[in-house]
Design a protein around this ligand. Structure first.
Ligand code: PGA
Length: 250
């Protein structure tokens, strides 16, 4: 049975702890009957300690910092997160890259996350597509730089979230279609084969993000050649998110 995973990226939502608890409770309920799908909720930092999780729903963080302790104003270490029972850390999201985060910084965070035994969810994705295929070289570069200096065994532990930036925050109709996603999954796989060999590349989990909703989840999981999703806006509505979970678990 293929292992599947769906990660809820709440971004800077919701505004209150009461709402966060409510949404998490709804997600735990929607997840109760899943057979092969792992669910992760990545809320804003202040809610990490208070939302409910379960045997199927794990905690994720939306970022971390490489320093262990000391004079790093505004930063949160991997260890602090692990002590809050965080198991996954989303790294290199395009919204952080847009604020200036570099592949080099992301690579250091990936290493720090793996060292503490947590699982990095490394986001990659082109801002736009061109007719000459420059976006493919761009993606390859992002993958190679973000996973720089990792051993083969370390790369195998990583989750790669392919999120074309042009598809984020829209509707199911504007998301990438499953045929194109299938091609992109093969492309990412080929890069991984070149990096760590065929057997190792098979072990790397690839998920898709960018306007996954109840309406397109089923087609994307059945025909898109990915093992799950990173879900933004639809993860704030437990029923809608539940529809994505059911589709993924089929
Ligand atoms: P979206 O966000 O599902 O709202 O497109 C996905 C993401 O940015 O991770």
């Amino acid at each position: 049975m293929v292992k599947r995973i769906v990660i809820a990226n709440w971004k800077m939502n919701p505004q209150t702890l009461a709402e966060a608890k409510d949404i998490a409770k709804g997600i735990v309920k929607e997840s109760a009957k899943l057979k092969k799908t792992t669910v992760v909720i990545a809320p804003p930092f202040p809610f990490l300690n208070s939302i409910s999780i379960s045997s199927k729903v794990f905690l994720g963080a939306q970022n971390t910092f490489v320093g262990k302790t000391g004079a790093f104003t505004g930063q949160v270490s991997v260890r602090m997160l692990s002590l809050l029972k965080v198991s996954y850390i989303i790294l290199g999201h395009s919204e952080l890259r847009a604020l200036g985060e570099t592949d080099e910084q992301i690579s250091k965070k990936v290493i720090a996350t793996l060292k503490s035994g947590l699982i990095p969810v490394v986001c990659i994705g082109e801002r736009e597509r061109d007719h000459h295929g420059a976006y493919l070289a761009f993606l390859e570069n992002q993958i190679r730089l973000s996973l720089k200096s990792l051993s083969k065994k370390e790369v195998e532990k990583i989750i790669i979230a392919y999120e074309p930036v042009w598809a984020i925050g829209k509707t199911a109709r504007e998301a990438m279609d499953s045929g194109k996603l299938h091609e992109m999954a093969l492309f990412v796989h080929k890069i991984l084969v070149n990096m760590i060999g065929r057997e190792g590349a098979k072990k790397v989990t690839l998920i898709y993000g960018g306007s996954v909703e109840g309406a397109n989840a089923r087609d994307l999981i059945q025909n898109g050649n990915v093992s799950g999703f990173l879900v933004g806006h639809a993860s704030l509505k437990p029923k809608e998110f539940g529809a994505i979970l059911q589709a993924t678990d089929k």
